[in-house]
Design a protein around this ligand. Structure first.
Ligand code: GLN
Length: 481
């Protein structure tokens, strides 16, 4: 019997290649896990009824010698990524009946590779949250301990891989929504450099911060997905070709990171930033990861990053500002749920008040406020000034070190209802948001467990375009899981 919970994409691809496994077997095993556990865990909002059909086509592709390592591999898709002809609700009642009229760039790429799209996964409404408790369709339960959250906002995608319902998944990360659920579910989760993966077909939350990225059990698997979906896309004006910016750059320049050291082996620890509010067990694993890295020949160096502490306040100004503008089209007239009351103004009000959940409303109000006349300079412009300073701080740190390391999240997976105060929930993002603010890549890698066996994630942040180097680190940390 196939144990999907343990099976990697690499292994499955090898078995398929040798003829020991078909895509139909693989997809059937995932569907069985879905059938047995989805009701309780609430991971998939929809399981695609043609999954077996897709698998049969993939098996044909393999027979014809046209397969890649992703051909026939079941991948779960976050419910904010468009798949032509299918519903895509972004975890919201507002878009409950919205059907995508085109494929997202990343979906086109997965389809071309012959991956099997198995279903769309539950998420915090419009990707706002850290627990999936903000989904209009009820929260996702963490498969490792169903009394706890899987993280968010891509909690469904993380839980799908952790529970053996898919071998990999796509999520979106605006402030940590791939990395934090990956850390809560014991997976690798990666947020790419801003622009290297097209946002065309991703329901926009905060356009200057959003990126699509992979979830998988290992970084090799995550890299396979990444390599499939990366690429320049003319439909996204911020899209960049990763290959035009090879990393490491400027070989021989005095500005290269870790000069005098082996490339990719100098890791910076922003000590001052890690002092408060972090679980003891998370810190313990973090320190152990540093020891492990040292034993593997890495040099660990403290770095001074006094601006990092402003990342969270900057994020919670820029993000809601962009949310308020992006979601303004969801008014029941142009898009979304429509409730007619009698006049256009009341129609808008009613449609939006029933369509959106409370966290979404909170952010629309906050975003509208920081953009309003008289406050724009004080909040929004100020936040952008600080954002630019944070970018500069990272640039100068990456002249000294190759990567910056932090815990992914200050906590392990918490219980449902534990974080009632929104500010407490926002603190979950303390370590993850700076990578989005700076547009640089970051990965969460599982390392160690808490005393109650909850996974702990360690985050590595790299300079722009170091995406591929980030995947390489996991191998060095792996044998201590
Ligand atoms: N938890 C963060 C928030 O609530 C991150 C969301 C995300 O990355 N989509 O905004």
């Amino acid at each position: 019997m196939l144990n999907i919970k343990e099976l990697t994409i690499e292994k499955a691809a090898e078995m398929i290649k040798k003829g020991e496994l078909t895509s139909v077997d693989l997809v059937s095993a995932c569907l069985k896990n879905i059938e047995e556990n989805n009701k309780e865990l609430n991971i998939f909002l929809e399981v695609f009824s043609d999954a077996i059909e897709q698998a049969k086509k993939s098996d044909e592709m393999i027979k014809d010698g046209k397969g890649t390592k992703l051909t026939g591999i079941p991948i779960a898709i976050k419910d904010n990524i468009l798949i032509m002809g299918r519903k895509v609700s972004s975890g919201s009642k507002m878009l409950e009946n919205y059907t995508a009229s085109y494929d997202a760039f990343v979906i086109k790429k997965l389809k071309e590779a012959g991956a099997v799209l198995i279903g769309r996964t539950n998420m915090d409404e419009f990707a706002m949250g850290s627990s999936t408790e903000n989904s209009a369709y009820g929260p996702v339960k963490n498969p490792i301990d169903p009394s706890r959250v899987p993280g968010g906002s891509s909690g469904g995608s993380a839980a799908a891989v952790a529970s053996g319902m898919a071998l990999g998944a796509l999520g979106s990360d605006t402030g940590g929504s791939i990395r934090q659920p990956a850390s809560f579910c014991g997976l690798v989760g990666m947020k790419p450099t801003y622009g290297v993966i097209s946002r065309s077909g991703l329901t926009a939350m905060s356009s200057s911060l959003d990126q699509i990225g992979p979830f998988a059990k290992t970084s090799q698997d995550a890299e396979l997905i990444f390599n499939c979906i990366v690429g320049k896309d003319e439909m996204d004006s911020t899209s960049i070709d990763l290959n035009s910016f090879p990393y490491p750059r400027d070989k021989g320049s005095s500005l290269i990171p870790g000069i005098g050291e082996e490339k990719g082996k100098v890791i910076g620890v922003p000590r001052d930033f890690l002092k408060e509010g972090v679980d003891k067990e998370v810190l313990k694993s973090f320190e152990e990861s540093l020891e492990k890295l040292k034993s593997k020949g890495y040099k660990i160096k403290d770095v001074n990053m006094p601006l990092l502490k402003y990342s969270l306040p900057v994020y919670y100004i820029i993000m809601p500002a962009e949310v308020s503008t992006n979601l303004s089209r969801l008014d029941g007239v142009r898009y979304g749920l429509r409730k007619e009351v009698g006049n256009i103004f009341d129609d808008y009000k009613k449609s939006r008040s029933i369509g959106f959940g409370s966290e979404t409303k909170r952010r629309i109000i906050l975003g509208t406020y920081v953009l309003s006349h008289g406050y724009y300079d004080a909040y929004y412009n100020k936040a952008w000034e600080v954002r630019r300073a944070i970018i500069k701080e990272y640039e100068s740190v990456f002249k000294e070190v190759d990567f910056v390391i932090t815990p992914t999240s200050p906590t392990t997976a918490f219980k449902f209802g534990d974080k009632k105060d929104p500010l407490q929930m926002y603190l979950e993002d303390i370590f993850t948001v700076s990578a989005n603010i700076a547009g640089i890549p970051a990965i969460s890698i599982p390392f160690g467990k808490s005393s109650v066996l909850l996974p702990i994630g360690i985050q590595f942040i790299g300079p722009s375009f170091s995406d591929q180097s980030l995947f390489a680190i996991e191998k060095d940390l792996r044998d201590n899981k």
